[in-house]
Structures are given as structure tokens and as C-alpha cells.
Design a protein around this ligand. Structure first.
Ligand code: GLC
Length: 428
């Protein structure tokens, strides 16, 4: 078996090979542009051996923020026919072209971590990013919670980062696909179709893109009429954690107005998230806000409130108990869906496989909440998966086999982020 030091070097090598100078592709072929939350996680990996490059990754991402504050989920830098849907499908008229939707806002949390590694040296770079982060978070509240419910909506499963999670099935069933022209999927040319979303889901993904394009991505029209308007528990938890981190970072940097605005938004969100608790299933769940209907599906998104902190101890305990139940049924945690559910599929993307970035958030939250043993188990499982299978996009929780794309940037980044300081010193 190869040693951890060799794996460290492979991780560095993957980031270097996927590095396009000022941004990093998630993996060559399948995802050949800049993706929003991938870039944020990637910065954690660069931070251990090239801090300047880590900052640049986030600066590049926020540099193409829309004027209304949204930070796009894909920025199409250069052209590549190997990805679909490309710029013409989105029709956003931005330069460089971008998609018309966003992704989970992990960036503020990661900027805080970059800053805290080296507080003396990065004051200016961190300060320069604060206004963009603040505007993005403010955009979530204004554009995605205009009614002030306390939780923000997503308009596409891709915004959640968990593309084909089972909780989107019911809201997607209402999406009309008439008028979606015939198209050729590119993802299944790179990866086995049994590890990807199904065609029926893809038709709906494209119908949603079409709605946005036909309405010029107008936030007001979207809020009133977009066919997919769902409060994702995962994204709301990530946003809450990001608001807390933005408030703390802005406070440290002497930006009192931004700190106060983030803290105010965090208060609203913290109360809003509690409205997503379902007594029926005993967990936090996503909600279809168009139909006022809870999805009542407990997926790994339902565990993410651990990452932002849960104010009610009995609920936190219940979430941890759910995770422990799942872990008894698999060899490697944390599966992206309940392994005892009939819809669990150990290789199909967000319906079963383990994802290193989700594990990073869960282990971080558990550590902060005092569940150190469980956090250690999750880190250990992640390491074991990489040691046995390599830097895959995701992993089968039963067999440990790699799924999806290979040489994946964010998996390499999480490996490096968790490498002990003694080993990291050798990489810098
Ligand atoms: C898939 C994932 C998403 C990720 C993207 C690029 O769409 O579901 O979370 O950002 O790939 O890696």
C-alpha cells in the first residue's frame, strides 16, 4: 500500500493539473469550467501548499459576480463542446458567459479559514472580498426570500449542489417538459449512465433552464412564477453557517456594518430553518414552497444543520442519531441518502454515494458540537476511501469503489485540508 505522503503528492498533482491559472476545473472532461462551490473547497486544498493560489481561486470566482449580487454556479471560461448545457442554453448575456443560477455559498466560511491560517498577512485580501460576500448573501435574502419566510428558495436542483437528490423528485414532477427540444447529454459520454441522473430528470433540468432564459433571469418573475421554488435544508444550513462566518470575519477585520448585516440575516435564517423541521419524519427536510408541502425526505441535506449548529438540543441529538443509524448499514460514511430506504442506490450520484466535501462539512460541524468521535470516524472513512480507490468524485458507501469522474479537485482538496501539519510542512 502506498504511504500517505505519496497520496499527498498525488493530491497536489491533481490540483496542479486541474489548475487553469486563476481557476481550477472540478475534473477535466466532465466539468471543464469553473464551478462555484468546487472552487471554494479547492481553495482549502491550495491553502496547504500555495496560499497565494488559494486566495486567487476565490478572487476569480467572486470577480464574476452579477451586478445584482448573485455568484453564478458555472463560469464558462473558454469553450468546450464536451459539456452540456453550455452558454447558449443559459442565455445570460454575461461576459464571460455564466449559468443563470447559483450554488451553495460555502465561500465565506472558507475565506474565514484562509484568513485565520495567516491573520497577519491576509488582512487586505480578506477585506477586499467582504463586500462581494455580503452582496451575495444579501441577494439570497432579497431575491430568494422576498416574502421574508426566513428560508431562501432554490430554482433548480443544481443550485443545491446535490443534483439528483430524492427530495427533488416530487417538486420536479410538476415541471412541464413540453417544448424541451431534443438534445444530447454529454455527461454520460464521460461517466457510466448508472452513476448519473436519469433522462427524465435531465428533461426537467433543461425545462427549468429554459424558463429562466425565456424570462431573462428576472428575479421578480422567478420569485412569482418559476416552476421550481423549493427551500433546500442543505443550502439554507450552508448559508446560515456562511453568515455566521461572515459576521465573525467582518468583525475581526473592523467592518462593523457588514458584521451587523450578516448577523441580522443569520438571526432570520436560524429561526427560518427551524420551520423546516418535520415531526412526521423526525428530521429537518426540504420544502416545496410553491405548494406549501414538505418533502418529508431525510437525505444527507437533512444532516447539514449540524454544520451550522442546531439551537434545539433534542433536534441536534435526533439528527446525530439518524447519522449513526445510517452508519451501521454501510462500511463507509456518510452516504448521501438513507441506506434503509428503497430508493437508496449506492452508485447513483446523490442517491447513495459518499462525497468528501459533505464529509468535510459534517465532520466540522460535529467537531464544533462536541461529537469528536463521530467526526473522527467520518474523517477516517474519507481517508480510507481515497487510499483504496483514489480521488474520485464520490464513492460507493458499501464497497468503497470510486464513482463518477476521476482525479477530482475537491476530493484532492479535502484530503490535503485534513493532512496533519507535519506532513503539510513538507508540501509548502
Ligand atoms: C455536479 C455536482 C455539483 C458539483 C459539480 C461539479 O453537478 O452535483 O455539486 O458542483 O458536479 O463538480
Amino acid at each position: 500500500m502506498i504511504g500517505s505522503e505519496d497520496i499527498d503528492h498525488r493530491a497536489v498533482d491533481i490540483l496542479r493539473r486541474n489548475d487553469r491559472g486563476h481557476y481550477t476545473v472540478p475534473t477535466a472532461g466532465l466539468y471543464p469550467f469553473q464551478w462555484n462551490w468546487d472552487s471554494a473547497f479547492v481553495a482549502l486544498g491550495f491553502a496547504v501548499f500555495d496560499r497565494d493560489r488559494a486566495w486567487r481561486e476565490i478572487e476569480t470566482l467572486l470577480g464574476d459576480q452579477w451586478t445584482d449580487g448573485m455568484v453564478p454556479h458555472i463560469i464558462f471560461r473558454g469553450s468546450d463542446e464536451g459539456y452540456f448545457p453550455g452558454p447558449d442554453q443559459w442565455g445570460t448575456e454575461s461576459e464571460p458567459p455564466t449559468s443563470g443560477i447559483t450554488q451553495p455559498p460555502v465561500a465565506a466560511t472558507i475565506v474565514r479559514q484562509l484568513h485565520d491560517r495567516d491573520p497577519g498577512q491576509n488582512h487586505d485580501r480578506a477585506s477586499a472580498l467582504l463586500p462581494s460576500l455580503d452582496r451575495w448573501h444579501q441577494w439570497f435574502r432579497a431575491a430568494r426570500d422576498p416574502q421574508g419566510r426566513g428560508v431562501v428558495a432554490v430554482i433548480h436542483p443544481w443550485e443545491t449542489g446535490r443534483d439528483n437528490a430524492p427530495e427533488w423528485d416530487a417538486p420536479l414532477a410538476h415541471v412541464d417538459t413540453t417544448g424541451v427540444e431534443s438534445y444530447q447529454r454529454r455527461d454520460t459520454q464521460h461517466v457510466n449512465a448508472d452513476q448519473r441522473p436519469r433522462d427524465a430528470e435531465y428533461d426537467r433540468y433543461l425545462a427549468l433552464v429554459r424558463f429562466g432564459r425565456e424570462h431573462n433571469w428576472d428575479s421578480e418573475v422567478i420569485a412569482e412564477r418559476h416552476p421550481f421554488w423549493v427551500a433546500d435544508i442543505g443550502l439554507n444550513a450552508i448559508l446560515l453557517r456562511a453568515e455566521d462566518d461572515l459576521a465573525a470575519l467582518a468583525g475581526d477585520l473592523g467592518e462593523a456594518a457588514i458584521a451587523a448585516a450578516a448577523a441580522d440575516r443569520a438571526r432570520h435564517l436560524r429561526a427560518g430553518i427551524e420551520t423546516l423541521w418535520s415531526d412526521t419524519v423526525g428530521g429537518y427536510v426540504s420544502r416545496d414552497l410553491r405548494r406549501q408541502r414538505s418533502t418529508d425526505i431525510v437525505s444527507v441535506g437533512s444532516l447539514l444543520p449540524l454544520y451550522c449548529g442546531v439551537t434545539r438540543p433534542e433536534r441536534a441529538a435526533r439528527v446525530v442519531a439518524t447519522m449513526r443509524d445510517w452508519l451501521k448499514l454501510v462500511r463507509y460514511g456518510v452516504p448521501s441518502f438513507d441506506p434503509s430506504d428503497g430508493g437508496f442506490d449506492s452508485v447513483r450520484y446523490w442517491r447513495g454515494p459518499v462525497w468528501a466535501v459533505i464529509n468535510w462539512m459534517l465532520a466540522d460541524g460535529l467537531g464544533r458540537g462536541g461529537d469528536v468521535d463521530l467526526a473522527d470516524r467520518i474523517r477516517g472513512d474519507t481517508r480510507a476511501l481515497v487510499e483504496s480507490s483514489g480521488f474520485y468524485e464520490s464513492f460507493d458507501p458499501i464497497t468503497g469503489a470510486g464513482c463518477g469522474g476521476r482525479d477530482f479537485s475537491w476530493t484532492a482538496a479535502i484530503w490535503l485540508a485534513w493532512a496533519p501539519p507535519s506532513r503539510v510542512a513538507a508540501l509548502a
